[in-house]
Ligand binder design. Structure first.
Ligand SMILES: C[S@@+](CC[C@H](N)C(=O)[O-])C[C@H]1O[C@@H](n2cnc3c(N)ncnc32)[C@H](O)[C@@H]1O
Length: 276
């Protein structure tokens, strides 16, 4: 699979003029997608829930969360009926500087802001970001993907970067620049947790596509099917060490644990973790 990335990669690619020139079009595209999500008649009560004051406590203590596996963080209710829903071990969240790419209106920031040392959210939708800023605790900060001056300050500043319902909507090419970008925001020795979609049976070429297919103009939230080999190749191309891939067919997901810094083997060798 070839890449059309320029010679610049990572943070430099995102800060480049050619990337930043797409700001208006891409922001509009995802602002509109948020309008579509929020009119889908689902229960979105928590998306607007104002937890900016100090009067809120989670239903579970940071000490308990610190002992949780990624699966437990994902399935445990953190606040009322709101699950953690992120594939990240508790020890990688509690007391750490964490960054969510594609943070939307701050659903996870509202939770993480009460247990992480700092929470940084980056999103493409200004609409979603303005809700996030209005409703999140003060330990959270939010950046637009098209704010180069702000993003520049984030270089090598966090212990963990992750996607929550995020990489599922990105194809191979998109995931490559996104992982290279996150690599440059995570300190050496830190982690990236990426949530890829997988369900080969449902690929229809429209809303569900293979990893090497182009993004969909019509469906910004199209899903892209990844195999282990796609993820291993991505990690190697992004200069990351793929430590594990948790394949969860019942969740149509492959969750990848990618290490930043240190030595990366040329073949991007990984441990593939089957469901226990
Ligand atoms: C399915 S939503 C998930 C929102 C949030 N993570 C959550 O779990 O509630 C995907 C989000 O990614 C954002 N997004 C899409 N492409 C992006 C990109 N290249 N960089 C940053 N954010 C992006 C969208 O605006 C949207 O908020």
């Amino acid at each position: 699979m070839s890449s059309t990335l320029s010679q610049l990669d990572g943070l430099a690619h995102v800060l480049s003029k050619s990337f930043q020139d797409n700001a208006a079009e891409q922001t509009h595209r995802w602002d509109k997608e948020w309008m579509r999500y929020l009119s889908a008649k689902k229960d979105y009560w928590f998306y607007f829930y104002d937890m900016s004051s100090d009067n809120y406590a989670l239903g579970i203590s940071p000490n308990t969360i610190a002992k949780m596996s990624a699966e437990e963080v994902s399935t445990t209710m953190f606040y009322k009926d709101i699950k953690g829903d992120a594939w990240v071990a508790g020890a990688d969240l509690v007391g750490k500087d964490v960054l969510e790419i594609g943070c939307g209106p701050g659903v996870f920031g509202r939770l993480s802001g009460r247990l992480s040392k700092s929470y940084t959210g980056i999103d493409i939708s200004r609409f979603a970001l303005s809700v996030a800023r209005l409703t999140s605790p003060k330990t959270c900060r939010y950046f637009h993907l098209y704010d180069p001056a702000g993003l520049e300050t984030l270089a090598k500043s966090v212990d963990l970067a992750f996607g929550r319902h995020f990489f599922i909507h990105h194809n191979y090419e998109d995931s490559l620049w996104l992982l290279q970008f996150l690599r440059d925001l995570v300190r050496d020795g830190g982690l990236i947790m990426a949530d890829f979609f997988c369900d080969a049976k449902t690929v229809d070429g429209a809303r569900r596509r293979n990893a090497d297919q182009p993004l969909s103009e019509q469906h910004p939230s199209a899903l892209f099917h990844f195999e282990d080999a796609d993820i291993e190749r991505l990690a190697a191309a992004a200069g990351l060490r793929c430590e594990a891939i948790d394949h969860r067919p019942e969740r149509s997901s492959r969750f990848a644990r990618l290490r930043v810094g240190g030595t990366t083997s040329a073949d991007g060798a990984s441990t593939v973790t089957p469901r226990q």
